[in-house]
Design a protein. Structure first.
Length: 426
């Protein structure tokens, strides 16, 4: 009963938002429209969002917003077609403004409404976790931390069952599935393969033989997708260029005031196809940094072992006062926008690896060097300071295998969060 109530509360809140935005736009546009003039547009929008199953299936925030945006875009096109063939007072400008507000307000409304609703345990979905312990521990932690899912672990009176298929034989898996399907209609299986994002895959059914195949592909090796990604880089870079120029003037003053030396730090990095390029950063170290480091390492030999594992020092004595701030906010990497404009880097991609790291990259070389490195990436928004070098390589590999334009958009938004909240940066 609580799930049905939750469903209709969420639908009602969305409907209230759609109507409120109509009145808001109507007021500022001085359109003098009545709600009845706009009901068809609202009805189509609600229907398309409902058809994305967001009220019936619990999605992660980003997957849900992706589905909602897809429905909104389709509704926007239908609305434009409707006003072009019908005798209505609704203008194109009204439609443009209305849907712009929706695109901005829906993610905000969704996050806050669910945060309030899921504060009450009655609305949470009880989930039983079965299978490989390590993976189940990871999932249990995610259920506890990711409140947007509205789920909690439970071993009794559960609503859903999640099964990890890792290390489970085919016969045992069939028995587990049969058992829990008899008890519960909703069953979720974590695939044994974890290096593929199956959410972006296509499932093909062979009805006569009762078998399925899952289509997977390396999307960043498709020329059309590379063209889209490169176009995205150029458009966004040009859009933020004025902001960069303003920040650059501020950075020049701060760096020069803090310590002697050049504003930029230039270093050779490995780019696409293994070709070396000059990577730009703001200087964050003292000019005599090598001397400072050698003296420090003699007094703190434990830092040598830390560097072997993480390829960085815990307390680097070479960093200037303003340098610490730039690194904490990742603003030291801002000049790499010039590398993007020079087509040497991408906004989002694998780390720009150093020349001396080449041997450590090992078996990942062939895949990682197929595309341009990024100013930011999955490694940047996944707690980069806590990651080992090998974990960063795995993240870069996963990103390339599972690329999508939506994933780039999400990483870009998360990077802003990392910069402002100083998460995972040092």
């Amino acid at each position: 009963m609580a799930k049905i109530v939750l469903k209709y509360i969420l639908i009602s809140l969305d409907l209230l938002l759609f109507i409120s935005i109509f009145f808001l736009v109507n007021y500022f546009e001085n359109a003098n429209l009545s709600l009845s003039d706009f009901l068809l547009v609202i009805a189509v929008t609600v229907f398309l969002i409902y058809s994305e199953q967001i009220y019936n299936i619990t999605f992660d925030f980003w997957q849900e917003i992706k589905s909602i945006y897809k429905a909104l875009f389709l509704s926007y096109l239908i609305s434009l077609a409707y006003i072009s063939v019908s005798d209505t007072d609704i203008s194109i400008n009204f439609i443009n403004t209305y849907f712009l507000y929706l695109f901005i307000m829906i993610p905000i409304e969704k996050r806050y409404s669910k945060k309030i609703l899921y504060f009450f345990d009655i609305f949470k979905t009880k989930v039983l976790l079965v299978g490989y312990k390590q993976q189940m521990d990871t999932l249990r932690h995610e259920l506890e931390e990711n409140w947007y899912l509205g789920m909690k672990y439970s071993e009794e009176n559960y609503d859903h069952v999640i099964i990890s298929s890792k290390y489970i034989s085919t016969e045992e898996m069939d028995n587990i599935i049969t058992r829990y399907l008899n008890e519960n209609s909703k069953l979720f299986i974590v695939p044994y393969i974890t290096q593929v994002n199956f959410a972006n895959s296509t499932i093909i059914e062979y009805n006569n033989i009762r078998l399925n195949t899952v289509q997977i592909e390396n999307k960043l090796l498709i020329k059309k997708n590379l063209l889209i990604k490169n176009s995205f880089d150029m458009i966004v870079s040009i859009m933020i260029l004025p902001v960069f120029l303003l920040l650059h003037l501020i950075m020049i003053a701060l760096i020069k005031y803090d310590s002697k030396g050049s504003v930029f730090f230039k270093q050779k990095r490995i780019g696409k196809d293994g070709i070396e390029f000059t990577c730009y950063k703001y200087r964050t170290m003292y000019e005599n940094s090598d001397e400072i480091l050698q003296s420090y390492l003699k007094k703190h030999p434990q830092e040598v072992e830390y560097y072997k594992q993480y390829h960085k020092y815990q307390n680097d004595p070479r960093i200037t006062k303003i340098g610490k701030i730039l690194r904490a906010t990742s603003l030291d990497e801002l000049p790499q926008l010039l590398n993007v404009l020079k087509k040497e880097m991408s906004l989002i991609g694998p780390r720009p690896y150093m020349i001396e790291e080449l041997d450590s990259i090992g078996e990942y070389k062939e895949l990682i060097f197929k595309i341009k490195p990024g100013i930011t990436g999955l490694w940047q928004v996944s707690g980069r300071n806590e990651l080992t070098f090998n974990e960063r390589l795995e993240l870069d590999s996963w990103y390339i295998k599972n690329w999508s334009l939506w994933a780039d958009f999400v990483i870009l938004i998360k990077t802003v969060k990392v910069v402002f909240l100083k998460i995972g940066a040092k």
